[in-house]
Design a protein around this ligand. Sequence first.
Ligand code: 3PY
Ligand code: MG
Length: 257
Amino acid sequence: MTAAHFDLRARLASGEPFLFSWLSIPSAGLAAQAARLPFDGVCLDMQHGMIGFSDAVPMIAAINGAGRPAIVRALWNDPAVPGQALDAGACGVISPMVNTRAQAEALVRAAKYPPIGARSWGGYTALQASGLTPAEYLREANRMTMVFAMVETVEALENLEDIAATPGLDGLFVGPSDLSITLSRGARIDKLGKETLAAMEKVSAAARRNGLAAGAFGGSADVIKAYRALGFTFIAAAVDVDLLHWGSASLLKSLEV
Ligand code: 3PY
Ligand code: MG
């Protein structure tokens, strides 16, 4: 029987906001805890987090065990990575720095089985995670699992329409820090800057026009609210280390007299 949480597309199709935690610390225990927080899913950051593939495997298992969607932000836009993450039981992959249509096509090729792409068979763990038989997983994986291209450079903005129209792509995901860094030619990180928000509005509109999910990295409440107002629904809430810092600061502050 299909594990309901595994059908990420069905969940996003509802149009309800999908707010997920973002883990950087390699720990299956942490992943099990995070999966029980009231977020809609858990993302493992293999790019800027400290999570390697052998760390990710038990973390993905713990998240699936708790009945939450497991999402992986890949180390790089490398065709070897999406299939590996999906085989390990992730139902979503976010790929950094997708700047051209050719890179978006390569991403889809890596993440989707034929006839859409050229993903290689071998998702042994994905079968456990999804609850599907091999025949069912082969039939359903292209629909249920989702691949997001990160739009986070000026080059990607210039190629936005071509990237968004890539057949088989499921979503766009804005990395607002890198986007603002490239927009300002290295001068600043400005996640709520006018230029950043104007660019993000274009990404959200391009996603909508092409029937794609619109995602972005939030990181704090004010940013999440601003991005929701631009039409983003698939939003990374906050990083584990920030949650730890905020929780500690809030406890210590409440002890002040
Ligand atoms: C960015 O904001 O550039 C990201 O990649 C989010 O981690
Ligand atoms: Mg980035």
